[in-house]
Design a protein around this ligand. Structure first.
Ligand SMILES: [Zn+2]
Length: 298
């Protein structure tokens, strides 16, 4: 992968103390491709097994230069670890527990945290995620008149935030609206500097707080048709923005009926350029740099 702005496969990360340990094995493998696109949030393990590697191969052949493979739980983390090892220098795995599901017992949580710490001690390159708070589960439950106890989720989130603080690894958060504020409290408490709120939505007060903290957001393909996401793009600095698909989550509008794939971020980049009044190539370069820098590619 060659570019004048960021030589992914030969570079050493200067921001986060990462060494480019996964670069050597891939430096001679790939040819330069047009485009500089990044899918900063993909659930690759949620695609049928036979589709996963072709999905990634197609993305990289089409100009995607990096994918962050987020996990749902320990088994998912193991799957993503194996997939990442098949695409050195291209896939960064994220290990965690997705909040929109029932919590496992204490022993399972401790097993996951221990597994992540062992990976860290071994020098493996990864980040923490997907972690956060169960906004959709909670609000659906409350709307149906069923009480929802959020506290165990907050306790678990704090464990992951503490882990991110201890390891100085970036953390990927699922936390929208008022849950973003609860997460911000914990991030501040543990002095976490590198946080990425994926598919973020929130009030202008929360947006201001996030910008002041220097936290990143990522924009999904629904920016094509969701006024709320378009307003967010106008309000948030492009310096703190990335692109993602959250695949296999399906989208509507121009993507209706299409299987979600990483290359959809090309349209996200173009829409961000339009909303920000930037040339497409300029937006593409800035968004790519943000993700590559945050996730330790450059
Ligand atoms: Zn996700």
């Amino acid at each position: 992968m060659k570019s004048e702005d960021g030589n992914i496969e030969g570079s050493v990360n200067q921001n986060r103390g990462f060494e480019s340990r996964d670069s050597a094995s891939s430096s001679k493998r790939s040819q330069p491709v047009a485009g500089r696109w990044f899918d900063a949030h993909l659930h690759v393990d949620l695609y049928p097994e036979e589709e996963r590697e072709p999905l990634l191969s197609e993305a990289f052949a089409g100009g995607i230069t990096g994918v962050v493979a987020v996990s749902m739980h320990l088994e998912s983390s193991r799957t993503n670890q194996a997939l990442a090892s098949r695409f050195p220098g291209r896939v960064r795995p994220a290990y965690g527990f997705h909040p929109e599901q029932p919590l496992p017992g204490e022993a399972a949580i401790e097993e996951l945290l221990r597994w992540i710490r062992v990976r860290f001690a071994s020098g493996e390159r990864f980040v923490i995620g997907e972690v956060g708070l169960p906004y959709y589960t909670r609000t659906e439950s409350e709307a149906a008149g069923r009480p929802f106890d959020e506290m165990p989720y907050i306790v678990l989130l704090e464990k992951f935030i503490k882990l991110a603080s201890d390891t100085q690894l970036p953390i990927v958060l699922h936390a929208v609206y008022e849950d973003a504020d609860k997460s911000l409290d914990l991030l501040e408490k543990h002095r976490v500097r590198q946080a990425h709120f994926h598919w973020f939505k929130g009030s202008s007060a929360t947006i201001d707080r996030m910008i002041k903290a220097g936290y990143y957001i990522s924009i999904t393909p629904d920016v094509e048709y969701e006024p709320e996401i378009q307003r967010l793009v106008r309000a948030y600095p492009i310096e703190l923005m990335m692109t993602e698909t959250d695949g296999p989550w399906p989208f509507e509008g121009p993507f209706s009926g299409e299987r979600t794939k990483p290359l959809m971020v090309r349209q996200v980049v173009d829409k961000i350029a339009e909303l920000k009044g930037l040339a497409k190539e300029d937006a593409e370069l800035r968004l790519w740099r943000n993700a590559a820098s945050f996730y330790g590619w450059v």
